[in-house]
Design a protein around this ligand. Sequence first.
Ligand code: SAH
Length: 464
Amino acid sequence: MNKNEIVTVTIEDIGVGGEGIGKIDGYTLFVKDTVIGDVVEVKIMKAKKHYGYARLMKILTPSPNRITPPCPVARQCGGCQIQAMSYEEQLRFKQNKVKNNLIRLGGFAEERIETIMEPICGMEHPFHYRNKAQFPIGQDKEGNPVAGFYAGRTHQIISNLDCMLGVEENEKILQILLAFMKKYHLSAYDEQTQRGLFRHVLIRYGFTTKEIMVCFVVNGNRIPHEEELVAELMTISGMTSISLSVNRENTNVIMGKEIRVLAGQAYITDYIGNVKYQISPLSFYQVNPVQTEKLYGYALEYAGLSGGETVWDLYCGIGTISLFLAQKAKQVYGVEIVPQAVEDARKNAKLNEMGNAEFYVGKAEEVLPEYYASYEREHKGETAHADVIVVDPPRKGCEESLLRTMVDMKPERIVYVSCDSATLARDLKYLCGEGYQLEKVQAVDMFPMTVHVECVVLMSKVQN
Ligand code: SAH
């Protein structure tokens, strides 16, 4: 294969970033914007020895699972990697991805996986599910302010006020801001020159409470005529918190460290199930509340709590899963590396009057082994025990030293929440070699239109 060559290829698989994968005589081609089953004409853009990257030129025979993306800027934006795939096919693809990783990387028998794996939990309405949006602000060629999204892998802003993954309130808020900027000739931040005022707008929406938060990220200490902007935004029903985040750094990090409330309060409140959370502009919070409740519901069900248990929630973030579990357990210990998240977790425990949740700051792979060792010292050789351990690690999964200590604590059940089924499979393989068996696997579609898939797994201790 050579650069600029035009070839025909059938798409057979999807890569980790959502790109289609096809093969020509054993040579692998990655083609963005294609769907499994498409027969396409492509132009080779980059040719390596065993694989290459090609650009979609023409769809010769569309896949039966290809649809016209409902969003007109889906291809340019790149945020929705697989919007051209029918939702049923997206779910099939995700279910298979989890299943295949467990078989291929986890070493589990196909039959066993097929017996215990429930059908993936998809969304009834797979759009407008995000409770958080961060719109960059820029300028078009005529110098008018625009808000939208960065075109795939660039910092060029494509105007789009009503992203189909976000809530409809976003558009109204952005329109008010853009009209205000135009009226007073206020500038957008320019990354090249590092000048201009408005950088980003963060909008959060409480799906249960209908409370709205707007936070303007600006390269400056204040917004000229800010009272007028704030007054207009406050007329939107549900507006609860308007704030300013000062970010004068030359950085890709969106939020500045300092937040100043312009109107209303510093946070919004929302619920997942019966648990209440306060969310400030800098807090981490799950972006798909509808599916989060289902995900945590499975985690709680798998934990099998009856009120007397000691539970560890490792990688607990702001304590969302911990507090969900604390409703049914005797005692929950959460461990999280980000100190501010732990502060939020403690605050949320208080807010819900849950005295049985305690949080530690630190790396799970350090906190748990240290706890185990000090327990042994203090209890004259008796070892620390947990009834249930829940983990929800980032993509890279758990360190082996952590898995080791988990096994040493002899929990009856381990509930593994994962956003990467490849590292999940690797970690489950380890646990299976240490006296645990796979009981249940449930994939949950937390991010429709993207390639990401979340899952919850139950492991139980083999009785001997
Ligand atoms: N369970 C939470 C958050 C899961 S995201 C929820 O559902 O909301 C994973 C979390 O792990 C993040 O909050 C991240 O800050 C934290 N983290 C990353 N590495 C860690 C480590 N080595 N030890 C403990 N926490 C870690």
